[in-house]
Design a protein around this ligand. Structure first.
Ligand SMILES: Nc1ncnc2c1ncn2[C@@H]1O[C@H](COP(=O)(O)OP(=O)(O)OP(=O)(O)O)[C@@H](O)[C@H]1O
Length: 591
């Protein structure tokens, strides 16, 4: 199974910087507010130290009251500033997460179909649910915590140094062990969490495949097999989770011990070792309080470092969607639901529409070749039917012609350029592959048609439906506003296929590849749809994979494919007269 790419650190860093840069003002406000709140927070321990010194020096209650009042004001100011800082931080976080989701959706929609097929739906489902949510939590909750904690820590340690540089140095004693264990942890965490994410995706894939194919599993008694398959995936998830848990079980205990060490050291050295006069009791108390205060941000910082690691691993997986896969699979076009805005006809010259196949060989994965050196030239505007026995390679050739797969050897070119080199949007505008697979999206009939041409008017949509003979449309209670899909009006397979064809009329590509597009329709509806389609497709290049030989009869030329080889090519009459494979097929089909 092909894995979707995972972005490297440089890409993740750039994307994180972009995320911050796109909302610079909000980021600056959040930083300033958190900084101010942290400074207000420093005042309390210092003022407490002053109270200790006042009392030690025999100061009166009035002085203590004044200092206590000042502490109250500072605590209030810190509370208010923190509240607004968090509010601003969450607003920024929500905006950033919304942008991330939008970017993710548009990258996902641009993914090559062949890549999604090879990667499996579980991989994409995990990235779009688990990973996007993890990144969202990280941006919304983790980044503000890290910003606040870092600011507080810098100011707290700075304040201890201001009290006395020696106390400052003593306060730093816990940091080397925290730093060392964090480095140790971070080095191992990324691959460990990536492995955990990949194992979870494989488990999701295994479970969804089993659930989707439940009937087949039951019919072929594959239950035990599927259970073994699922259990193996669960084992992988268990092993990868154990590995991340092992990392955490070293990391957190070392950190806890490192918190206590500097507080004890400051009290011991400040209270017993440093000579009197060098430091006051109040300063030692203030330093210990600062260190005590530092535990909370340190703890949050380290706890969230773990979450940040998960977030970065998920971010890399989210950003990887849309990157060029590293296994040589090429970008391709979207199949039946041809997206794209109609382009004015006639803007592409006929030479640019010439579809040429030269010496094309193709194999699925590492299997044997299923196409052997296909040579074919499709003339602009012609209707070509491809016929042949089951398994001859017709659908495979259609995928090559549409640019979904690239030939292993040879070339498939449109207007002289390899089809797979065309930018996806351009390819969709020029070539559309319509298969038997079609999807009715949950939404109105209008929404379902607008996928093909977002700018199409209601009239254009109605005429597209009429053109493909979708008479059922006139019976819908709310016309184009009728809700379709699960829980609303369900379309029959034939109606759904007509909807797909109507999308195609709206998408208006120059070249249509119909891979048994009308196979799901009953013979009468199919004949009617084919006729309607024939009227609509005039002036376009149409390549039809034909099960029913009347499609071949109506075509300009017929290509016969047998065992992955093009054995005959010519008009219906010529091939019947030649009395070869096509003539035999025609005779047997005609009865
Ligand atoms: N995804 C795939 N992975 C591996 N082999 C495949 C795949 N799809 C098709 N094949 C194999 O490639 C060969 C050609 O299949 P293809 O579907 O192109 O034939 P076809 O002429 O369209 O058949 P049919 O009329 O039954 O649809 C067959 O041997 C088939 O088993």
């Amino acid at each position: 199974m092909t894995r979707l790419p995972v972005a490297d650190r440089a890409v993740v860093r750039r994307a994180a910087r972009d995320l911050l840069a796109r909302d610079r003002r909000a980021v600056a406000i959040v930083l300033v507010l958190h900084g101010a709140a942290a400074i207000a927070g420093l005042a309390a321990p210092w003022l407490l130290g002053r109270i200790v010194d006042e009392v030690a020096a025999g100061g009166g209650a009035a002085a203590v009251d004044r200092l206590a009042l000042a502490i109250g004001v500072c605590v209030l100011a810190q509370g208010l500033l923190s509240r607004y800082a968090q509010y601003a931080g969450h607003r920024f976080g929500e905006r950033a997460v919304a942008r991330l989701r939008e970017d993710f959706v548009s990258r996902t929609l641009d993914l090559p179909v062949s890549l999604v097929e090879r990667a499996g739906t579980g991989e994409l489902a995990t990235r779009s649910s688990v990973d996007v949510t993890t990144v969202g939590t990280t941006v919304r909750d983790v980044v503000p915590v890290i910003v606040i904690a870092t600011t507080q820590l810098s100011l707290l340690y700075g304040a201890i140094f201001l009290l006395h540089p020696l106390l400052g140095l003593v306060a730093l004693t816990g940091l080397p062990s925290i730093f060392a264990v964090t480095r140790w942890y971070l080095r191992r965490a990324r691959p460990a969490y990536l492995a955990e994410g990949a194992a979870t995706a494989e488990l999701t894939e295994a479970l969804t495949t089993t659930a989707e194919g439940a009937r087949t599993v039951e019919a072929l008694r594959l239950g035990a097999d599927r259970i073994a398959h699922g259990t193996q995936r669960i084992g992988q998830v268990w092993a990868t989770r154990r590995a991340t848990l092992a990392l955490r079980s070293v990391f957190f205990p070392v950190v806890e011990a490192s918190y206590a060490l500097p507080i004890a050291a400051v009290l011991l050295i400040g209270g017993f070792v440093m000579p009197r006069g060098m430091v006051t009791l109040g300063e030692v108390v203030a330093a210990a309080l600062y260190l005590q205060q530092a535990i909370d941000p340190l703890d949050r910082l380290l706890q969230w470092t773990e979450q940040a690691q998960r977030g970065l691993a998920s971010f890399a997986r989210v950003l990887g969607v849309g990157q060029e896969p590293d296994n040589g699979s090429r970008p391709d076009t979207v199949a039946s639901a041809a997206h794209g805005i109609p382009e004015p006809r006639g803007t592409v010259s006929t030479a640019e529409e010439r579809l040429v196949v030269r010496g094309a060989r193709f194999s699925y994965a590492d299997g044997p070749d299923v196409l052997h050196g296909i040579e074919l030239e499709v003339h602009p505007g012609e209707r070509l039917a491809i016929v042949g026995p089951s398994g001859a390679g017709k659908s495979t050739l259609a995928r090559l012609l549409a640019g979904i797969d690239a030939p292993r050897e040879g070339v498939v070119s449109l207007g002289g350029r390899p089809v797979t080199d065309l930018p996806p949007a351009e390819r969709r505008r020029r070539i559309a592959l319509v298969t038997q697979e079609h999807h009715v999206f949950i939404g109105s009939l209008r929404d379902n048609l607008a996928f093909a041409a977002s700018g199409a008017s209601d009239d254009q949509m109605r005429s597209a439906l009429a053109a493909v003979g979708a008479d059922w449309y006139t019976d819908l209670p709310d016309g184009l506003d009728t809700q379709l899909g699960d829980g609303a009006r369900e379309l029959s397979a034939a109606d759904a296929q007509q909807l797909a064809l109507a999308r195609l009329v709206l998408a208006d590509p120059h070249t249509l590849i119909l891979d048994e597009a009308t196979a799901a329709l009953d013979p009468t509806t199919a004949r009617r749809t084919e006729r309607a389609l024939a009227a609509v497709v005039s002036g376009r290049t149409v390549i039809a994979i034909a099960h029913r030989l009347n499609t071949a009869h109506d075509a300009d030329r017929v290509a016969v494919l047998e065992d992955g080889r093009l054995t005959e090519l010519g008009s219906h009459d010529d091939l019947v007269n030649a009395d070869g494979a096509y003539a035999a097929l025609w005779r047997s089909w005609h009865g």
